[in-house]
Design a protein around this ligand. Structure first.
Ligand code: ZN
Length: 264
């Protein structure tokens, strides 16, 4: 009797390993990911989130891609590498490749404490290349002079590692493991304007914590702001341009908060 039970158990074990292996080596599906891939990406984001929590807040936006990979086991690491070998064009993203390097002229911007519906909200420590930061500061002085309001930096420069973390984070937590859906909202490492050393993007947030992306908000909430209206009329004078208007050619959703620097 014991023998039979043992054989059944061994049989089940071999079967599970077989099933796991089969699905693991299966290609990563763009819309509906298989359950083994889902399970592994969940573990990846758990481990990365833990690391982000213990990391000094000034390091989070500049985290190195390879050190994130080194936190993972072999199976997880190789799946993440396979994920980022996918060409984002195949996911419907039509933007260009910028860079995976971190520039050496970054300026550190201290975290700003805001109040969102009576709850404190911190922007976190941000970074911008000096030429982008200079124009941002001049632009805000002008905005304050004209309408008595200013915008804060919700997200500035992000390293390839930070971008990889965010890509997997939104894939698992917000977009139900659909790579196609995820690619509409967040770029792969190297393809984000937030990772561009020259044409760096800023995501803005206003003094009331409105950024158009927190749980209770939509893009229209940001679009309605007087600050946004001012940007539309004036930002180009300071070398800032709206990257993703409605129906943009890049396959990215409308992002009224996201403006990039460009010398035209
Ligand atoms: Zn952005």
């Amino acid at each position: 009797m014991k023998n039979i039970l043992l054989k059944i158990l061994i049989g089940l074990l071999i079967l599970s390993i077989g099933v796991f292996t089969k699905f693991y080596f299966d290609e990563i599906h763009f819309s509906k990911m298989n359950f083994v891939h889902k399970f592994i990406f969940e573990r990846v984001i758990d481990e990365w989130e833990e690391e982000m929590l213990v990391m000094n807040s000034h390091e989070r936006n500049l985290v190195d891609y390879n050190s994130l990979l080194s936190l993972l086991g072999t199976i997880e690491r190789s799946l993440v590498e396979r994920l980022f070998e996918i060409n984002p064009i195949d996911l419907g993203f039509k933007g260009k490749f910028f860079s995976k390097d971190t520039p050496d002229n970054l300026v550190k911007i201290e975290s700003v404490k805001l109040l969102r519906k009576n709850k404190p909200y911190q922007t976190g420590i941000q970074y911008l290349p000096s030429h982008v930061n200079n124009d941002y500061e001049i632009m805000m002085l002008e905005m304050e002079k004209e309408i008595g309001k200013k915008l804060f930096i919700d997200s500035g420069f992000r390293s390839a590692g930070r971008q990889a973390y965010l890509f997997v984070f939104y894939l698992v937590r917000s977009n139900d493991f659909s790579l196609r859906e995820n690619a509409k909202w967040i770029a792969m490492p190297g393809y984000s304007e937030h990772g561009s050393a020259e044409n760096t993007a800023i995501d803005f947030v206003n003094i009331d914590g409105i950024n158009g992306i927190n749980e209770s908000e939509t893009a229209e909430d940001f679009e309605r702001l007087e600050e946004y209206e001012w940007l539309i009329k004036n930002a180009s004078r300071f070398n800032f341009y709206l990257s993703y208007p409605r129906g943009n050619k890049y396959g990215v959703s409308f992002e009224p908060w996201h403006w990039h620097w460009e010398r035209r």
